[in-house]
Design a protein around this ligand. Structure first.
Ligand SMILES: Cc1ncc(COP(=O)(O)O)c(C=O)c1O
Length: 392
């Protein structure tokens, strides 16, 4: 039986093997492992690529988010609005900072936070006063963290408008969306560059993946950039003098070396993902399953969706997954349980039924194999197996 993996990092590594090992050897020769010139070069490259002025390399995407919240002084007594349909860390980091996550249901087409639902929430559930926006129980609503899920930007125009109107700080969780674009008049904006700050993850399976954990914050605010650099390194400035309590959120040079080498391929890899997505779009048409939407394609071309994942939706998800698995096709479920239903968040006071779109999507979503090295023949087989399943 032909096995089609959900993801295969070996295929990406093999052609780059010699160059990457050489880059790693250089770092080993330098014996300079934390921050340093490689990290600085990578920060500059990613900031420029994302249309932001500053990049601050971190130990992971999760740490990048915690770093932003700490640098902005978001913590006890504060609330942060986000989506319940995302990876755990988007909300857990808010809790770790001492604040409370407030969830808003998602848009059924884009799976990103719904702008009309957010607007309704702000109008009906929050109270605007002299000290800013507050929840009914008195928490200060400080920020909005939309997630650009699966490589598609949230509706940043609508969200920015609401953030301006209600004086909320916009922080972009662009962990899955490095290089994704969003139309702004006749310009294209890159994920991460629209908010006060944005962050990326370089978890190995991301479009740009490290050899371990790594992340990065982008911002165009020089004061915030300086603060982020200090908080990333124990709040230390100068050495062994601590203005604020920070953390160890530093990126290491070995990761920066790998990422710099791979970065040269990112655009072609994301473009290839988009081509694979187009073949899924046409091959899976007419089966009655939900397919990803590309609302920014006309303005941004393939950069309008960088397809970190290709996620379909069907009420027969579990049967489809089992059938594909039996035939050697790997799939994954992102995400099986929305965050408001997670046991560790029960104290937040939400109940099943609060976010019906997120809950339904969690029952129906299935991610198909999509990575640049997936061959056309392999993909054709995935499409065939899915069509066979629905023909039964
Ligand atoms: C949407 C989202 N946010 C945040 C993160 C956290 O990134 P990391 O795994 O690098 O800590 C991830 C990563 O998996 C993610 O997918």
């Amino acid at each position: 039986m032909t096995k089609i993996p959900f993801f295969d990092l070996h295929r990406q590594f093999q052609p780059l093997r010699a160059e990457i090992l050489e880059d790693l050897a250089q770092v080993c020769e330098s014996q300079a492992f934390i921050l340093g010139p490689k990290v600085a070069e990578f920060e500059e490259r990613i900031a420029a690529f994302s249309g932001a002025k500053f990049g601050i390399g971190t130990s992971s995407g999760t740490d990048a988010q915690l770093l932003i919240l700490m640098a902005l002084g978001i913590g006890l007594g504060d609330a942060v609005i986000t989506t319940p349909f995302t990876f755990f860390s988007t909300a857990s980091t808010v809790v770790r900072a001492g604040a409370k996550p407030l969830f808003i249901d998602i848009d059924p087409a884009t799976l990103n936070v719904s702008v009309p639902k957010l607007e309704e929430f702000l109008k009906t559930e929050c109270v605007a006063g002299e000290s800013g926006l507050r929840t009914r129980d008195g928490l200060k609503v400080r920020a909005l963290i939309p997630v650009h899920l699966f490589g598609l930007c949230s509706d940043l125009a609508g969200l920015r408008r609401l953030c301006d109107q209600w004086k909320l700080t916009l922080i972009e969780d662009a962990a899955q969306a490095l290089g994704a674009s969003f139309p702004d008049g006749d310009r294209q904006l890159k994920a991460g560059s629209v908010g006060v700050a944005g962050f990326f993850s370089f978890y190995p399976t991301k479009n740009l993946g490290a050899f371990g954990d790594a992340g990065l914050v982008v911002t165009s605010d020089p004061d915030l950039a300086k603060k982020l650099q200090i908080v990333r390194n124990h709040g230390m400035d100068p050495k062994y003098y601590h203005e604020v309590v920070g953390g160890n959120f530093r990126m290491d040079a070995l990761q920066a070396a790998v990422l710099l080498r791979k970065f040269g391929h990112l655009e072609s890899w994301s473009k290839r993902r988009w081509s694979i997505a187009q073949r899924y779009q046409s091959g899976l048409k007419g089966l009655g399953i939900g397919l990803p939407v590309e609302p920014y394609h006309e303005a941004c071309g393939w950069r309008g969706h960088i397809y970190h994942q290709f996620v379909v939706r069907t009420p027969r998800r579990d049967q489809l997954r089992t059938a594909l698995n039996e035939q050697g096709v790997g799939t994954e479920i992102y995400y099986p349980l929305p965050l408001h239903e997670q046991r560790c968040f029960q104290n937040l006071g939400y109940r099943t039924g609060d976010f019906p779109v997120a809950e339904q999507t969690a029952k129906e979503c299935l991610a198909l194999p999509i990575f640049p090295e997936l061959t056309d023949d392999e993909q054709a087989l995935v499409v065939l197996k899915i069509r066979e399943f629905f023909a039964r």
